[in-house]
Design a protein around this ligand. Structure first.
Ligand code: ADP
Ligand code: GLC
Length: 491
């Protein structure tokens, strides 16, 4: 019998922690490939050579030079390793990627005007590597594309001749679809026939994400509940028709978390290590957080933490609207985030008018994010929609029960506290619905009442801390999916 061919996967992403991160996609891209490798998969990550990647990855070898195509400039394909040891392929194109700012935006927060070319090139290179005319000898059997930035790769691959990889598109967030004018098609060197409702066309424009959803052999998203929600308006965000049509090809796989980086027993960012057997020690982290954010030293006032991007998705506006009521409970607020300029200003104003009760830090701060998870008593996540969400899993692991809007992956990862779930020791947090001030305040009110019941609270903390959110389970589900896709192929 011929030796079994190793499962090889090219994982295409626009951000990878710890090198480049704007959100959860980077966490997933940093951790899932490692978990797949641990299960025997040969994974390579493909990403653009932003400055942070070129500087952060020291030893790089040149694998190939790729010529220009359409308006996509020529580029170099480099090989290196991610800090966690996963082999990395870098698309090096100084003209597109060597510039200050973030992966999607300039320093002033404006989207780069040439994002179609920047991510079009990523997609084109991904497809080349997954096809019969790859410039290198290594061949993936699975091309795994993430979010709109990698969405065109299955489209490019579709129009290539010869043997090719099976394709998966993973939706981390449907709100970002990569929509560009129709002329983009020829700029990116895609054939005119691709511009069809059965192709990359989307209401007269070209959509990267729609292309990924249309051409991929399989679609996944990052929680089972979100996989259901996106088949309908409003959460399908215009793509519900296509998603419902492809339901047989749509799977929800709940993300894991990096349980090494997020471990209260060894987290280098927190004041004092603790675990489920040493929960009273957590108080020292609360005191440290209160001190860092200028909050009053008050052991018994519940401290409500929240961390995230200030966008419509995350519902920080609701926290702002309820701030008076929350402080009046009484409770303290610890907020870390950045994004929408008005929200940033409003939260700073809130902190100024409630010194000692509201602590706000604007910006991206890894250490404070960890300190809030460890130091807060409860973690508030009023997301309008949430494909998966990671913070609610971190908070359970840190013994900081989450209070969340009942949407998306929050429903799949938080067990609401009810008499039944208390009795069977599965309760880990508080779900509220609908997405209104009243419902959120009821949710927080339930949490604060539980906090006052020391025995119940300890139990809730322990239930959450005992949950297994490691990547192993998710990686196994991706493996099964890859295997099923390969099994469909004619021998
Ligand atoms: P999303 O990807 O939609 O932003 P997730 O919950 O999946 O939401 O992931 C967000 C990740 O980014 C988490 O690791 C969270 O701690 C982190 N994060 C978000 N905003 C900040 C911030 N201002 N400072 C530090 N970390 C942040
Ligand atoms: C997205 C989603 C978030 C998810 C993350 C990683 O940014 O908003 O819910 O956890 O991707 O999949």
């Amino acid at each position: 019998m011929a030796a079994k061919r190793k499962l090889s996967v090219l994982f295409v992403t626009s951000e990878v922690a710890p090198l480049v991160k704007t959100g959860g996609l980077a966490d997933v891209s940093g951790a899932l490939p490692i978990a797949l490798m641990a299960q025997g998969v040969e994974v390579r990550v493909l990403m653009p050579g932003y400055p942070a990647v070129m500087e952060g990855v020291k030893a790089k070898g040149r694998l190939a030079s790729l010529p220009a195509m359409g308006e996509l400039p020529g580029c170099q394909l480099l090989a290196g390793k991610l800090p966690g040891g996963v082999p990395l392929l870098i698309v090096d194109c100084p003209q597109l990627y060597h510039r200050p700012g973030g992966p999607y935006q300039d320093i002033s927060g404006k989207d780069w005007a040439d994002n179609d070319l920047r991510f079009g090139l990523l997609c084109y290179v991904a497809a080349l590597l997954a096809g019969a005319h790859s410039p290198i000898t290594w061949r993936p059997r699975i091309l795994h594309c993430n979010d709109w930035q990698a969405g065109l790769a299955p489209a490019y691959l579709h129009f290539m001749q010869g043997e090719k990889a099976r394709t998966v598109t993973t939706i981390h967030n449907l709100a970002y679809q990569g929509v560009y004018p129709a002329v983009t098609l020829s700029r990116l060197g895609l054939p005119p026939s691709a511009f069809s409702p059965n192709g990359v066309e989307y209401y007269g424009n070209l959509s990267f994400l729609k292309a990924g959803l249309y051409y991929a052999d399989h679609i996944t998203t990052v929680s089972p509940n979100y996989a259901q929600e996106i088949q309908h308006a409003p959460l399908g965000m215009g793509l519900q028709g296509l998603l419902a049509h492809r339901v047989e090809r749509l799977t929800g796989i709940l993300n894991g978390i990096d349980t090494d980086a997020w471990d209260p027993e060894s987290d280098p960012y927190i004041a004092k290590y603790y675990n489920a057997a040493r929960l009273p020690v957590k108080l020292e982290n609360k005191r440290a957080l209160q001190s860092r954010l200028g909050l009053q030293a008050a052991d018994d006032v519940p401290l409500i933490g929240s961390v995230g991007r200030f966008t419509d998705q995350k519902g920080f506006d609701l926290i702002l609207e309820c701030a008076q009521a929350l402080i009046g409970l009484p409770a303290q607020l610890a907020i870390l985030g950045s994004g929408d300029a008005e929200l940033q200003e409003a939260f700073q104003q809130l902190a100024r008018s409630h010194p000692g009760k509201v602590g706000v830090q604007i910006g991206y701060d890894e250490s404070l994010a960890h300190q809030i998870e460890a130091g807060a008593d409860l973690f508030l996540m009023p997301s309008r929609f949430e494909p998966c969400g990671l913070n609610q899993m971190y908070s359970q692991r840190y013994g900081t029960p989450p209070v969340v809007h009942a949407t998306g992956g929050l429903v799949d990862s938080v067990v609401d506290c009810t008499p039944q779930t208390i009795a069977n020791k599965t309760a880990t947090g508080f779900l509220f619905s609908p997405m209104t001030r009243e419902a959120m305040l009821i949710g927080v009110g339930r949490a604060v009442a539980a906090y006052r019941d020391k025995k119940l609270w300890r139990q809730l903390q322990k239930n959450g801390m005992a949950r297994d959110f490691s990547w192993d389970t998710s990686a196994r589900q991706y493996l099964e999916l890859y295997a099923a896709l390969l099994a469909e192929q004619p021998a």
